[in-house]
Write a protein that binds this ligand. Structure first.
Ligand code: NAD
Length: 485
């Protein structure tokens, strides 16, 4: 069994008790991680605070740039080990996790490049005798709380810009997937980051996250996870006036118009919902299809869904691994039963297909309106709801008829329609003739119940910076103390 430790102030801390991470494919515990106490969390924040006011906080942008680059190289040098830890924790395909970890150095390279370009501006104060400027300052200590589906990618969305801005970080991985993040913590020394710059705390109890986000010394909380937890996190943070970034769930629409390349669209629908067994915030869990191509599109998607190879996620030929943990599997099953109860037709899938364990077959549901629970609520599993539409207005109306607003796909050969519809969609990301494409340079985040704020791109820096307005009196004049101005 792999024994993991937290990283606090540059030291490895195992603590007293531990919890285990269960490999969803084998059903066996494979790693043990420390169960943090409240004192451990306090120590981690104290270490990050000390690094902010000392080590990391004292560096120039140029010095941070070089160390962030070095951190990127740590990922590159440990791709296999880190990716395998993710797969063994969450059951997602090793080739997907490897692809993600391999891409991470580029995120660090991008934000390293910004670390020495954080300029303020000189402002026309409107007053002859005053010189004024706005400084961009690092916010302080960031609490980063992570979900289980892509731990290192989602950590990186927060860590790379936070470090570029000059912040220090305490990261808490999910209780279902702690291994890769804890292991990364133990490798930080290789990058030469000052102790306390990045700290990790773990635990199986929700209190560990609560202790972290409720710590009044945090300058920012960056959370990725479910909507319900996001609200609890925001409430706790705001009671200390700590700002939050929330990256939450989705119920994204993949809209297939009558002029679409149907082979490409079917492939995009498959990628949207069955990649990662649907356990992705950007899952295209609703396919909206023009009525004239509805039958053909459903036929294509169902045919491909039936050939998806379920199996060991470490095996290069596998296309879908198991669901991450029992509670999540039961949630998927609950929604399939609900779909049947509400009168939906399960065209394919709907169960483990006799495989046992935590497998769930790619599932396609038809015959339900957009108002049904399966079309409105995030399932976070391989369940696609297909809904027909008759014209563009109706497609946009259905796509936007959700409390979420994370992503959407548009499949059409008509550029005017692509642009027009993308403008009308209430979503943080819109893909045209593609789905599930990401890069460090493009801002990512949601609207509505999908969250607050943006990660990645130039926009991803702003949550970790605070503006300071500095007024300098240059005339040596004495002013009327009772008049504002
Ligand atoms: P979750 O909300 O159950 O847990 C997320 C994290 O919050 C975990 O580390 C958990 O321990 C911690 N936590 C739980 N209660 C807490 C509390 N009261 N205070 C502080 N921390 C607490 O989410 P999950 O099941 O791990 O992840 C799946 C969800 O994440 C889905 O809804 C998915 O859509 C969302 N997600 C969003 C994005 C995005 O970028 N928008 C990306 C990936 C996943």
């Amino acid at each position: 069994m792999l024994e993991l430790a937290m990283t606090i102030g540059g030291e490895q801390r195992r603590g007293g008790s531990t919890f285990t991470s269960v490999d969803p494919y084998t059903g066996e515990p494979w790693a043990s991680a420390p169960e943090a106490t409240e004192a451990d969390v306090r120590d981690a924040v104290a270490a990050a605070n000390a690094a902010f006011t000392g080590g990391w906080g004292a560096l120039t942008g140029r010095e941070r740039r070089d160390l962030i680059r070095a951190l990127g190289r740590v990922f590159a040098e440990h791709v296999d080990e880190l990716a395998e830890a993710e797969t063994r924790d969450n059951g997602k395909l090793l080739r997907e996790m490897k692809g993600q970890v391999k891409a991470l150095p580029e995120f660090y390279e991008y934000y390293a490049g910004l670390a020495d370009k954080i300029d303020g501006r000189v402002v026309d104060t409107g007053k002859r005798e005053f010189f004024g400027f706005v400084a961009k300052e690092a916010a302080g200590v960031v609490g980063a709380v992570l979900p289980w589906n892509s731990p290192l990618l989602l950590l990186t969305f927060k860590l790379a810009p936070a470090l570029a801005a000059g912040c220090t970080v305490v990261a808490k991985p999910s209780e279902h997937a702690p291994s890769a993040v804890l292991r990364l913590g133990s490798l930080l020394a290789e990058a030469g980051l000052p102790p306390g710059t990045v700290n990790t705390v773990s635990g199986s109890r929700r209190e560990v996250g609560e202790w972290l986000v409720g710590d009044p010394r945090l300058a920012h909380v960056s959370f990725t996870g479910s909507e319900v937890t996001g609200v609890a996190v925001a409430r706790s943070a705001v009671s200390n006036f700590t700002p939050v970034t929330l990256e939450l769930g989705g119920k994204s629409a993949n809209i297939v118009f009558e002029d679409a390349d149907l082979a490409a669209a079917a492939n995009g629908v498959i990628a949207g919902i069955f990649a990662a067994a649907g356990q992705t915030c950007i899952a295209g869990s609703r396919a909206l299809v023009h009525q004239s191509v509805y039958d053909e599109l459903v036929e294509r998607v169902v045919a491909r869904a039936r050939t998806i190879k379920l199996g060991n996620p470490l095996d290069g030929a596998t296309e879908m691994g198991p669901i991450c943990f029992r509670g999540q599997w039961e949630k998927v099953q609950h929604y399939v039963r609900l779909a049947q109860k509400e009168g939906g037709e399960i065209v394919t899938g709907g169960s483990d297909g006799g495989r046992g364990g935590l497998f769930f077959e790619p599932t396609v549901v038809t015959g339900l309106p957009n108002s049904s629970a399966v079309a409105q609520e995030e399932i976070f599993g391989p369940v696609l709801t297909v809904i027909p539409f008759s014209d563009t207005d109706e497609a946009v109306e259905i796509a936007n008829d959700t409390q979420y607003g994370l992503a959407a796909g548009i499949w059409t050969r008509d550029v005017n329609r692509a642009l027009g519809v993308s403008r009308r969609l209430r979503a943080g990301t819109v893909w045209v003739n593609s789905y599930r494409t990401l890069n460090y340079s493009m801002p990512f985040g949601g609207r509505g119940h999908s969250g607050i704020g943006r990660e990645n791109g130039l926009e991803g820096l702003s949550d970790f910076l605070v503006d300071k307005a500095v007024w300098i009196e240059t005339a040596g004049a004495t002013r009327d103390p009772f008049v504002l101005g």
